[in-house]
Design a protein around this ligand. Structure first.
Ligand code: ADP
Ligand code: ZN
Length: 434
C-alpha cells in the first residue's frame, strides 16, 4: 500500500487547484452566512462571497489570528448548529489561553483520513501494530493518530502519554511496529530502553510518526539511531483539526500538505503580504472542508518555507519545510534573533543528548542567555577542569551558530526534567519582569 487515497494524493496540480477553487467558493459562502464574526471582518474589508471565484481571489479575504479565536471563545466561530457537533478539542495552551475547536462527524472523518495518509506514508498497513503515545483527551494528538490508525486497519494501542514503564512493556511484548508521540517523548523512550539494557535492534519498531513540537534534523538522527527506526515528521494544529495537516513521505524532504482540505500560503508576518514559494514566512491555512470550525486564512505563527518541487513519492501536494518554531518562540537576545532549534542543533552535533533548558533574563539592562545541558552518563567526569573545558567548547560552538555568547552549564545526568508531551525548553524571565 503506497497511498491511503491515491487519486487525491497524486492528483495533477491543475486539477487539484480546480478542486480547491470550487471548495473555496462554497466554503466562503458557508462562513459568510453562518459566522457573524467573520462576516463583519469581510464587511470591514469590503469583500463579499461574490468577489471570490477561486484560489486567485484568496488574498482578498481577511486573516484570522489566535486573538480572534480567544475573542470569540467558546462558540463564536461555530458555523453549524451545536447539535450537529460531536466533539471538541482544545490547544495545549503552550502560548496562552486555550482555544476550543469543535467538530461534526464529517470533520472527524476527514481529519482521520489525513492521519491515515500519514501512517501509510510512513509504511503503515493493516499488518502493523501502532502504539499511540500522544496524549488522549483534549489534546488532538492521541485521537487523531488513533482514528487514522483504525482507518488503515492497524492494531491500535491507545496508550496515551506517560507511564514509560508500561509503554516499554507493551512495546516489547506486543511488538509494536510504529510509534506515534512527540519527538521529545520518543527520545525519552529511546533513553529508557537503553537504560533497561535493550539495544535498538531488540524492538520490532520500524517507523515513528513524531510531531506537535519543533524538532531538528539532528534530533531525528538521534531518535532513529536510538530506536532503530525511520522517523517521520507530522504537523498540525488544533485550529485546523489537529495533526495530519501535513506529513512526511519516504523522501523525508518536507511534509506534504493535504491540499484537497487546506490551502496554504506564506506571508510576511509584519506586512501580511503573500510571499512567493521558496521564501520564508508565516504559514497561513484556509480549511476547505471543515463544517463546524471552518477557519479562513488562519495565521499559524509558524515560520517555514513551501516547495512545489515534484516529489519522487508520486504525491503532488505542496511540501512545507520543518517549521523553525513559531514566530513567538523566537527570542530577541541582545538584538539578535534566536530560535531554540538553533541551540538544539549545536548540542546534538557536539554529541550531547536533547536534554536542555534555555534561560533568558535581563540583568543591568543587558540580556543574559544561560544554556543548561545534561551530560550523558558516559560523558560524566568529576574533574572540574574537564567540565570547564567541555563548557567552553560548547559555548564557542553556540556562539558561532548564534553570533552571541551564552553561558553554558553542564549538569549531571538525569537532572533536567523529561517531557512526555510537548517539551518546555525555554524560560524567558524577561517576560516575568514586564
Ligand atoms: P498549542 O498552540 O497550545 O501548542 P496545538 O497543540 O494545537 O496547541 O499546537 C500546534 C502547534 O504545534 C503548531 O502551530 C506548531 O507550532 C507546533 N507543531 C505541531 N507539529 C509540529 C511539527 N511537526 N514541527 C514543529 N512544530 C509543530
Ligand atoms: Zn513525497
Amino acid at each position: 500500500m503506497r497511498y491511503f487515497q491515491e487519486e487525491i494524493e497524486t492528483m495533477p496540480r491543475e486539477q487539484l487547484r480546480g478542486l480547491q477553487s470550487k471548495k473555496l467558493v462554497q466554503q466562503v459562502k458557508h462562513v459568510y452566512e453562518h459566522v457573524p464574526y467573520y462576516r463583519s471582518l469581510m464587511e470591514k474589508k469590503g469583500v463579499t462571497p461574490d468577489d471570490i471565484h477561486g484560489v486567485e481571489d484568496l488574498y482578498k479575504l481577511p486573516f484570522l489570528s489566535k486573538a480572534d479565536l480567544r475573542e470569540t471563545y467558546p462558540y463564536g466561530m461555530l458555523a453549524v448548529p451545536l447539535a450537529d457537533c460531536v466533539r471538541i478539542h482544545s490547544t495545549s495552551g503552550t502560548t496562552g489561553k486555550r482555544v476550543i475547536a469543535y467538530y461534526t462527524q464529517k470533520d472527524i472523518d476527514l481529519w482521520e483520513d489525513c492521519c491515515a495518509r500519514a501512517i501509510v506514508a510512513a509504511g503503515g498497513s493493516k499488518e502493523d501494530v501502532v502504539q499511540v503515545c500522544y496524549g488522549y483527551g483534549l489534546f488532538t494528538g492521541g485521537s487523531g493518530l488513533h482514528g487514522g490508525s483504525h482507518k488503515v486497519g492497524c492494531l491500535t494501542l491507545p496508550m496515551s502519554s506517560g507511564n514509560t514503564e508500561r509503554q516499554i512493556q507493551f512495546l516489547m511484548d506486543l511488538k509494536s511496529t510504529i510509534i506515534c508521540c512527540t519527538p521529545s517523548y520518543a527520545a525519552y523512550i529511546g533513553e529508557a530502553l537503553k537504560e533497561r539494557g535493550y539495544k535498538p535492534e531488540d524492538n520490532s519498531l520500524k517507523a515513528g510518526i513524531f510531531g506537535a513540537e519543533p524538532w531538528t534534523e539532528e534530533m531525528r538522527r538521534d531518535i532513529e539511531k536510538s530506536l532503530g527506526i525511520k522517523a517521520y515528521d507530522i504537523y498540525g494544529l488544533t485550529e485546523t483539526s489537529g495533526p495530519g495537516v501535513a506529513f512526511e513521505c519516504s523522501e523525508q524532504k518536507g511534509m506534504h500538505i493535504n491540499e484537497d482540505h487546506f490551502i496554504a500560503e506564506i506571508i510576511d508576518p509584519d506586512t501580511g503580504e503573500v510571499l512567493p514559494d521558496g521564501e520564508k514566512g508565516e504559514l497561513v491555512f484556509t480549511s476547505l472542508d471543515k463544517e463546524a470550525f471552518p477557519l479562513l486564512r488562519y495565521r499559524t505563527r509558524d515560520i517555514c518555507v513551501l516547495s512545489r518541487k515534484q516529489c519522487s513519492c508520486g504525491r503532488t501536494h505542496v511540501r512545507m519545510a520543518k517549521p523553525m518554531g513559531r514566530s513567538d518562540d523566537m527570542m530577541i537576545i541582545r538584538g539578535v534573533n534566536v530560535f531554540p532549534s538553533q541551540i538544539e542543533t549545536v548540542l546534538l552535533n557536539e554529541g550531547y543528548a536533547p536534554n536542555y533548558r534555555i534561560e533568558v533574563d535581563r540583568v543591568n539592562n543587558s540580556d543574559t542567555l544561560d544554556v543548561y545541558v545534561e551530560l550523558l552518563p558516559e560523558q560524566f567526569t568529576d574533574t572540574v577542569s574537564g567540565i570547564t573545558k567541555m563548557e567552553r567548547r560548547l559555548q564557542e560552538a553556540i556562539k558561532i551558530m548564534l553570533g552571541i555568547s551564552p553561558v553554558v552549564h553542564l549538569v549531571a545526568p538525569k537532572t533536567i526534567a523529561r517531557s512526555e508531551g510537548k517539551a518546555v525548553r525555554v524560560i524567558d524571565k524577561r517576560k516575568l519582569h514586564d
